[in-house]
Design a protein around this ligand. Structure first.
Ligand code: NDP
Length: 333
């Protein structure tokens, strides 16, 4: 069987690709340009022709996915839709975030409908941002679950600050997916992953410290600070756990139409405490704050993913150790 993974050059996708290949699947990755295949090919050179690529220059145009579904060595039975703009600093919220996120999510559904005759299930990489009500703030005592929705409208998001608009882009894309499914009643199944911050090592190490993805950049930027950064998202999942969740979400039966909050508590005080304990060479580069003092913030209930998908969460301490050791290896710490 082949699994089609969009945004194959992304941090999150590389973990999904590795796990899928290790489990014996063939993988076809889509990227925007031939140039983007180089790093991915290098990471997975040892897997030979088990990994192939298709170029989809514009993810919002279903017809451009036709080649991605054609002539695969083994039938494409699953799609992991990972590609979506994850940038917080944008010029135009509609053009740079909302439209590609929503348009890309719908185009993948349309493309599977038109060309993915063997596709059994789509696993869409959504986000905890789809659940979080940003305007409700830290919300002590509240527990977010799969029942929650980020309430922001397209209009509000179009003029909101970048991080708020990013969250809305993910939420509006996921809502568009469920609306499409309700209307089209497709022959394939749809399952959605809702991870908060994704941390943990990069496959093959970090090659380019100047172009880190947003979540890795958030961790890296804690180094050298004198104060603990303010809370942004109160949850995280290690990329390796998230990959496990994606593959399990493709394999498990009886979960059509489900969304899964895949994550656990996160705060920056816990990050610095873990790094100071686990990575001695960085001890003096991290702010101290008040060790052990967990901020009063909402909780996340990620237990459905454990229970139904059978995943096991990697701890924050382990994830931080593995993340920050890569900064040391990359010579940037
Ligand atoms: P990356 O920045 O590493 O990857 C983003 C991917 O999406 C790249 O492949 C990128 O391609 C593609 N992409 C972005 N914008 C467009 C566009 N307009 N058209 C086509 N492709 C586009 O991010 P992550 O690996 O961190 O994120 C991957 C997914 O996981 C995203 O859907 C993100 O929302 C989601 N996610 C990530 C979290 C995290 O903390 N990292 C948390 C929750 C969800 P290109 O290189 O060509 O730009």
């Amino acid at each position: 069987q082949t699994i089609l993974v969009t945004g194959a050059n992304s941090y999150v996708a590389s973990h999904i690709i590795k796990l899928a290949l290790d489990k014996g699947y063939y993988v076809r990755g889509t990227v925007r340009s031939e140039r983007s295949t180089a790093g991915v090919r290098e990471k997975f050179a040892s897997y030979g022709d088990k990994l192939e690529f298709a170029i989809v220059p514009d993810i919002t145009k279903p017809e451009l996915f036709e080649a991605a579904f054609a002539n695969s060595t083994k039938p494409i039975t699953g799609v992991m839709n990972v590609a979506s703009p994850f940038v917080m600093d944008v010029e135009d919220n509609k053009r740079d975030l909302l439209d590609p996120a929503i348009g890309g999510a719908i185009a993948v559904l349309e493309a599977i409908k038109s060309y993915g005759t063997n596709v059994r299930r789509l696993v869409n990489t959504s986000s905890f941002a789809c659940m979080l009500d940003i305007n409700a703030g830290a919300r002590p005592g509240y527990t977010y679950t799969e029942a929650d929705w980020n309430p922001m409208s397209y209009e509000e998001a179009s003029t909101a600050p970048g991080p708020v608009a990013y969250c809305a882009s993910k939420a509006l894309a996921e809502k568009a997916i469920w609306d499409w499914v309700a209307k089209e009643k497709p022959s394939f199944e749809v399952v959605v992953m809702n991870p908060p911050w994704v941390f943990g090592p990069h496959i093959g190490g970090i090659k380019d410290m100047a172009h880190l993805n947003e979540s890795t950049h958030a961790l890296y930027s804690v180094m050298g600070k004198t104060e603990i950064p303010p809370l942004d998202f109160g949850g995280f999942v290690d990329a390796r756990t998230l990959a496990e969740a994606h593959v399990a979400a493709f394999e498990k039966e009886g979960i059509d139409g489900e969304r899964f909050l895949v994550g656990q508590h996160f705060d920056y005080q816990s990050v610095v405490d873990a790094v100071r304990a686990e990575v001695p060479e960085l001890k003096d580069k991290m702010p101290v704050g008040t060790p052990g003092k967990i901020p009063d913030v909402y909780s996340l209930d990620g237990s459905k993913a454990e229970r139904v998908l059978g995943i096991k969460y990697i701890s924050l301490a382990q994830s931080m150790k593995d993340s920050y050791l890569q900064f040391v290896e990359a010579g940037s710490a």
